[in-house]
Design a binder for this molecule. Structure first.
Ligand SMILES: [Zn+2]
Length: 411
């Protein structure tokens, strides 16, 4: 009994500290269209840095810090970001760079990468005056690692709530696959919202390219009348990696297809690659790519401390093995179909530890459709004609896979 009371007291204490730590400003939200952000900038030096965002109206904001790596996250209601291209790529003082975008339905987020431990000194909103727009201002002070850790401990609850941008899936059991008329394909357009993915030299964003491709692929697949299709995201919204995996599992998808576009320091590398999950990466490039794609949650300002435990159970292990075999079979077929429609890189079926492919009971494959760092690939990736051709090749691979799978399962 004493333990319960003590725990409750500790819990209350944490709540009080959290409310005190969270920098919250309340302003009446404007009715109708979301406020427009027209410009953003960083001023100051390595001891004190100010972040400023120009806005068409007043908004509520909350800000908190994260470690590993050091970041500052500003959560906002929906904001229409119309900032000049390239805004955020160069920082100043304590801020090395920053990004912005939609985080979840009706919520926007700004993530500042900082050079070391910082403290949020002030966060406030200046109302518009005469020809000056309204401005959101955040002041950061350099602090010690020890002081930063102490603040972080106090704001644990705030971080926990920030880690749940999507509503929890209801706890209903997944639908029964055997009772389905058509197999279900889940298409996962990578990145979104505050996480733009990779960016071409001319400013083309991976998150836009892969969403356009996902929609085209959905159209082609549905046109065959032989498969049902769901998209993990249908607009420019961020989705955590675990939520993407959960989406496939909640719907008992028969196939999960994650779509991405890559970039490379050497602009000469081009072509498509098909990846499956493995504990040991097939090669160094695949390992580096998986690390880059797995950083999506971190880029969006999520705290990665709670890693989901991998279930160890003999039945789960058996399912996992079978799922990996199906994934590999699909990947091999996909490589040959893709090769008829577009250029492939050397050794086009590779593997590494991609978080988004972790569902133990959903065959999952990640396709890097090309390189945004290559001018010729960029032209293809942004062309309707190429998109249709490649989506059709993927469609053929999907149909063949289900044909083979059901023959194998005796259906
Ligand atoms: Zn990606």
């Amino acid at each position: 009994m004493t333990t319960v009371v003590n725990r409750f007291a500790v819990f209350l204490g944490v709540v009080v500290l959290t409310v005190a730590t969270l920098v919250c400003l309340m302003h009446g939200a404007l009715a109708g269209d979301p406020p427009v952000a027209t410009d953003g900038r960083v001023v100051g030096d390595e001891s004190r840095t100010r972040f400023v965002l120009d806005l068409s109206g007043e908004i509520d904001l909350s800000a908190f810090t994260l470690a590993d790596p050091y970041r500052v996250v500003i959560d906002l209601p929906e904001v229409d970001f119309r900032l000049p291209p390239g805004t955020g790529s160069a920082g100043r003082g304590l801020v090395s760079d920053w990004r912005y975008g939609q985080f979840a339905a009706g919520r926007s987020r700004i993530v500042l990468d900082v050079t070391g431990p910082v403290k949020i000194d002030k966060a406030f909103l200046l109302p518009a005056v005469e020809d000056q727009p309204a401005r959101m201002v955040l002041d950061l002070l350099k602090t010690t690692a020890a002081a930063f850790d102490e603040d972080l401990r106090k704001s644990q609850l705030a971080r926990d709530s920030a880690n749940q941008p999507v509503q929890k899936a209801d706890q209903l059991p997944p639908p029964d696959r055997s009772k389905r008329e058509k197999p279900l394909v889940v298409i996962d357009a990578g990145h979104g919202g505050v996480d733009a993915g990779t960016v071409s030299a001319s400013g083309v964003l991976e998150k836009d390219i892969v969403l356009a491709f996902a929609k085209k692929l959905q159209e082609n697949l549905e046109r065959t009348g032989k498969v049902a299709v769901l998209l993990t995201r249908t607009d420019d919204t961020f989705l955590p990696l675990a939520a993407r995996v959960q989406f496939g599992r909640d719907h008992a998808a028969d196939l999960f297809l994650s779509i991405h576009a890559d970039s490379e320091h050497e602009g000469s590398v081009r072509g498509a690659t098909v990846y499956t999950l493995s504990d040991r990466a097939s090669d160094r490039e695949a390992a580096a790519l998986a690390a880059k794609e797995n950083a999506s949650d971190l880029i969006a300002g999520l705290d990665l401390q709670q890693e989901a435990d991998e279930v160890t159970d003999i039945l789960v292990d058996l399912t996992r093995r079978e799922t990996r075999n199906f994934s590999a079979a699909f990947a091999n077929g996909l490589v040959s179909d893709l090769a008829t429609a577009t250029r492939m890189i050397k050794n086009p079926h590779r593997s590494a530890g991609f978080q988004v492919l972790r569902a133990h009971d959903v065959p999952s494959v990640l396709v890097e459709i090309g390189y945004l760092s290559n001018d010729q690939d960029e032209k293809l990736l942004t062309s309707d004609e190429w998109r249709s051709r490649v989506a059709e090749a993927v469609t053929q691979a999907v149909l063949r896979f289900f044909g083979q799978k059901y023959a194998y399962l005796g259906k």
